[in-house]
Design a protein. Structure first.
Length: 107
């Protein structure tokens, strides 16, 4: 019997890195395969395991929330406007990780 249920499917997503995050990730892009039903949080955890604490420190506060100048775009939509890190990535095609400089006041 051919069963195509979600329980045994995987999702492969292309991750592209932009901005200052390229200082801690040696590559411009990579592909990651995760089980069906995975979230952006699962993907980011996998990326942080692969690239180490430098990536985690670049993207997250000590409390574990995304820093203000980190932006994660899933198939053209900022995850901030969806379910944040709990956004499901099933069937998605690409994830963009952007880290910008912190705005500085001056005069």
């Amino acid at each position: 019997m051919d069963n195509h249920g979600n329980s045994n499917k995987e999702t492969t997503i292309q991750v592209l890195y932009f901005g200052l995050v390229r200082n801690v990730v040696a590559e411009a892009e990579e592909k990651i395969t995760l089980p069906a039903g995975a979230t952006v949080r699962d993907l980011v955890d996998a990326l942080c395991c692969k690239h180490g604490d430098a990536l985690r420190d670049a993207l997250f506060t000590v409390e574990g929330t995304l820093i203000a100048n980190a932006m994660i775009i899933l198939d053209g939509t900022n995850i901030f406007y969806s379910k944040g890190l709990d956004t499901e990535i099933d069937g998605q095609q690409s994830l963009h990780v952007l880290l910008t400089t912190t705005a500085m006041a001056g005069g």
